[in-house]
Every structure is written in C-alpha cells, then in structure tokens.
Ligand binder design. Structure first.
Ligand SMILES: [Cu+2]
Length: 195
C-alpha cells in the first residue's frame, strides 16, 4: 500500500514538474520561433544576462537583440566575434532602435573595414522587427543606434582576424560611446560580450 502511495506521489511530482517546464516554454514570446541554441563559444562568456541564452542563433544566423529597459538602451550581445560570411540579425526586442554602421554614408566617421559594405536598418519601431547584414570583409566593425547613440547605444563586431582591419581610433566619439564599446581584446577572449 505504502509503495503504491509513494508511486502515486512520485507521479504527481513528475507531472507537476512537466507542467512547470511546459509553462516556462509557453511564457516565451510567441514570435521567438527561431530556436535559441547555445554555442560552444558562448560558454566562455564572462557575464550572463538574466535567463537569456548566451548566444541566440537561427539556422546559423546570429541574433543581436536590441533593448530598452529601465532607462537603458543596449544591444545584447554588445560585442561579438564571428567568422567571415556570417549573417547577423538585429531584432528589436523593446523600444525603438536602429543598427547603423559608423560610415560616411550614414553621416558618421568610418569605423568599418575598407571595402566593407555599410549598413543602416533605419528605425525598427515594432517589436521583433528585424534587419540582417552579412559581413564578409575581415576586421573590426562599429555601429550605433540613431536615436540613442549619444547615450552609448552602440556595438562592435569583429569578423575573422581583427588585425585584418584594426579598430580605428575612437577619439572623435562621444564619451558614452567610448565607454560602451568593448575592446577588441575582450571580444577575442570571449567571442560573446554581454552588456
Ligand atoms: Cu537604441
């Protein structure tokens, strides 16, 4: 009798756990159809940010989330090292942002490798609105968010060998931008740098 009661109790606990995990899954945004997977490189990430996975990908496309939270505007990850030819998808997770390369085409100094294509998503105002760019030229790329650049909403991506086209001097940038940009060393050591 006791054994049966125990078995029943165990089944109940397992059932509750299954329900709990199912509940967790259901609380994910419905639009998060892209599978969130952990990359080996992300294991070396120095900081975790809430419950978010270290690096979100979708069929080889790397996702950078753009957030407005508690008065802060930021990208997660803020620093990234990828192989040449990698496609990056910028996804607006909250607020309104852009992903805009530092380049004269976008009214700023050039902070991407010579020969690389500048990009500008324009304003992504809707939740989960996204923009993709494929980076083929090796070197260091800096980009900013049009509405929040002055507050330090920027990001840095290293494609392949950072010495192929090193980061340009940051003297002309606003202090908030200089403070926010992760160093190339930090990116190369961790591959994924969280805000
Ligand atoms: Cu922004």
């Amino acid at each position: 009798m006791k054994t049966k009661a125990l078995a029943t109790a165990t089944a109940l606990v397992i059932g509750a756990l299954v329900t709990l995990f199912a509940g967790c899954g259901a609380s994910e945004p419905a639009s998060a159809a892209p599978q969130a997977t952990e990359q080996p490189a992300a294991q070396a990430s120095t900081e975790s940010h809430g419950d978010a996975p270290a690096l979100e990908t979708d069929n080889g496309v790397i996702i950078i989330g753009m957030y407005a939270s508690a008065g802060k505007n930021y990208n997660d990850p803020i620093g990234l090292h990828v192989e040449p030819g990698t496609t990056i998808r910028f996804v607006n997770r909250s607020g309104m942002h852009s992903s805009t390369a530092y380049h004269p085409d976008n009214g700023r100094e050039n902070r991407i490798p010579d020969g690389a294509q500048a990009w500008d998503s324009g304003l992504l105002a809707r939740r989960n609105e996204s923009f993709e760019v494929t980076l083929t030229v090796e070197g260091v790329y800096d980009y900013f968010c049009i509405p929040h650049e002055a507050m330090g909403h920027v990001g840095r991506i290293v494609v392949g060998d950072p010495n192929a086209f090193a980061a340009r001097p940051a003297d002309g940038l606003p202090q908030a931008v200089r403070d926010a940009l992760p160093s190339v060393d930090q990116i190369m050591a961790n591959h994924v740098v969280r805000p």
